[in-house]
Write a protein that binds this ligand. Sequence first.
Ligand SMILES: [Fe+2]
Ligand SMILES: [Fe+2]
Length: 260
Amino acid sequence: MIGDIVGRPGRRIVEDLLPRFLEQKRVDFCVVNVENSSAGSGVTPKIAERVLQLGADVLTTGDHVYRKREIHGFLRSSPRIVRPANYPSASHGNGSTVVEAKNGVRVGVLNLQGRVFMPPIDCPFLCAEAEVERLARDADVVVVDFHAEATSEKIAMGWHLDGKVSGVVGTHTHIQTADETILPKGTAYITDLGMTGPYNSVIGRATDKVLFKFLTNMPTRYDVGEGMEKLCGVLITVDSSTAKAQAIERVMLSGLPGGD
Ligand SMILES: [Fe+2]
Ligand SMILES: [Fe+2]
């Protein structure tokens, strides 16, 4: 599962590193969050198709999902992209999907959005219960991208779904956390995957623009930052006969000379 691709620098490192990584690690199924992939906000069908071509099986999103109008039709028609399930039912797109992995396992992917320090929407916890129950009928394994601001809300979701899904990963805050673990009932968990984009920035945005805003409280256009690109996420190993996670490993790949 790969964290939010941010703009062109994020797309570039996905182009450079994702296919080789998936092959080297023999990854059966790949989920990529693309909510910031187009100019730092939203995603277009062209970008979505390209990330799928590069090896993603399902794309997840978040609060920026509708930013580019062109994606609305794609959200309605493609089974390989999801938006948070706890949005109003009339919102374009689906909150979950089931797609077959390369090894034949049917993987359910559920996208949810948090409510703490975020716009008010339906309860992600109740939504998760209903969606997981529904997905269990069609999927062998279910993983969740919980797009949320507060660490507490994300950790709570991990506990809420422990034993019910194979993985709960957080996105949206763009900084990878070091708390990856297997919860007691077999769910792999991390509070945030980290962004896939330029770390020479403030969570993906050009440093000078963000500092201007902090120093003056005046509005400014947040450009996408440049430099120190990294591809971030986790590699989860699941026993598909029990749907229990066996391992979770943090991934942070750097494409630049001198990087880690
Ligand atoms: Fe994001
Ligand atoms: Fe977000």
